[in-house]
Ligand binder design. Structure first.
Ligand code: AMP
Ligand code: GLY
Length: 428
């Protein structure tokens, strides 16, 4: 089976890695990919925003399945355009991808269907005065979100009215998120521990991947600004079997049903970003794709034929028997460039990847490139070093991943030292 993965991050490296282990591999392409994917697949430089170029490539290479990694092409309708050309695609239509691309759509869908989430109100630019009135009366902290796609940066937790007002000015007047900030969703602040649950779904039936936990803030102890994610582990002990049952019956099942009715159905990976509160799991956000870096910790736990899972889903009837969840634990620690998520320098040589791999870790590459035959840094999140151990043993897995990471170096390397600690404390 010939496969094209679209994207260039650690998530796409992990997707290509899992696909490359399938029973029925043909040619595997990644567009544009990175130096990590080039070791297991052929990187191709096609313009992935140009639907015609992608579908012509699919015809030329007899591609049986396209897997779309990032949200942007999904929200922009790349899956629809390829399907219209007869290509099998894993990834939702633009209509269904609104669950991530339009937060007010997602919140309304949850409200209409009684799906547990933070209470909220939505305000357009024309309603700025009403919004400020509301913010004067509301309880703090409060959460303000740009309704559209803002590359993970559109969420502000305001501690008081003056912070909230400043955020409104930035979104409505300075347009820091462009059109994505034309509508603001104001949400109740939820207290609890976060977790991510991915449902692979053909629109009706689904298969849940092991729950994971991301670490969004840059510094240890969840301090500092939000990032794309600094590390993840799976399975996450905060999602007990009882919590997972609630996630299925109160969140995943009604959301898939509502998406079927409202959008014609969601085909792909539905990402439920959850807060496990004292009242049970509540949705913080939905995404229309796999998470990054959660995927790098979740896919090493999948046994069987991951490609068959994705292919059968794309064809419209998920084959849940194609995979099983192993009794293992995985930890992915992200090595980032100094300064990320703010400004950072690039182009520093990376050493030690092979040594880390020899120690048994999987090194997923993200912001890397080859320059003068050397591998150098090329982004904020550079690598995701993943260790896997047998059984449920976060402590051993933590030691293994940090040991592998200690073999890697580049100028300004930064990583969190506490990935897994919440899970370890909970397991005690
Ligand atoms: P989002 O992009 O919606 O996932 O938000 C980014 C991060 O902001 C989340 O991972 C949470 O840590 C935090 N966050 C978002 N919404 C809420 C909420 N209603 N209550 C508490 N924290 C939130
Ligand atoms: N890890 C967060 C995300 O993928 O959105």
């Amino acid at each position: 089976m010939n496969v094209l993965v679209i994207g260039s991050g650690g998530r796409e490296h992990a997707l290509a890695w899992a696909i490359s282990k399938s029973k029925n591999p043909g040619k595997l392409f990644v567009a544009p990919g990175n130096p990590g994917t080039s070791k297991i697949a052929t990187n191709v430089q096609i313009d992935t925003n140009n639907h015609k170029e992608v579908s012509e490539f699919c015809k030329k290479e007899s591609i049986d399945l396209v897997v779309i990694g990032p949200e942007k092409p999904l929200v922009e309708g790349v899956a629809d355009a390829l399907r219209a050309e007869g290509v099998n695609v894993f990834g939702p239509s633009a209509n269904a991808a609104r669950i991530e691309g339009d937060k007010s759509f997602a919140k309304d869908l949850m409200k209409e269907n009684g799906i547990p989430t933070a209470s909220f109100s939505v305000f357009t630019k024309e309603e700025e005065n009403e919004l400020l009135d509301y913010l004067q009366k509301t309880e703090y902290p409060v959460v303000l979100k740009a309704s559209g796609l803002a590359a993970g940066k559109g969420v502000v937790i305001a501690k008081n009215f003056s912070e909230a007002k400043e955020t409104v000015e930035k979104m409505f007047r300075e347009n820091i998120f462009g059109k994505a900030g034309n509508k603001i969703v104001v949400e109740e602040f939820l207290v609890g521990e976060e977790a991510s649950v991915f449902a692979i779904t053909d629109g009706e039936d689904y298969f849940l991947l092991p729950p994971s936990q991301d670490h969004k803030r840059i510094f240890d102890g969840d301090e500092g600004p939000n990032t794309g994610g600094m590390g993840a582990y799976a399975p996450a002990p905060v999602v007990t079997n009882d919590v997972l049952k609630l996630v299925e019956t109160e969140i995943i099942q009604p959301t898939l049903k509502a998406l079927k009715e409202k959008t014609g159905g969601f085909n792909g990976c539905l990402y439920a970003g959850l807060m496990i509160t004292q009242e049970g799991p509540k949705v913080v956000e939905f995404n229309c794709r796999f998470g990054d870096p959660e995927t790098q910790a979740v896919l090493p736990l999948i046994e069987g034929d991951f490609l068959e899972l994705l292919y059968s889903t794309a064809k419209g009837k998920i084959n849940k028997n194609s995979v099983k969840i192993a009794d293992k634990t995985a930890v992915c620690v992200v090595a980032a460039s100094k300064g990320y998520p703010g400004a950072y320098e690039k182009g520093f040589e990376i050493t030690g990847i092979e040594e880390a791999e020899k120690s048994g870790a999987i090194v997923f590459q993200a912001g890397t490139k080859i320059e003068n035959s050397k591998i150098v840094t090329n982004g904020g999140r550079v690598l995701g070093v993943t260790a896997v151990v047998e059984g449920k043993d976060l402590s051993a897995c933590k030691i293994k991943s940090y040991d592998a990471l200690s073999k890697i170096n580049f100028n300004g390397i930064y990583y969190r030292k506490d990935i897994t600690d919440k899970g370890i404390n909970r397991s005690k």
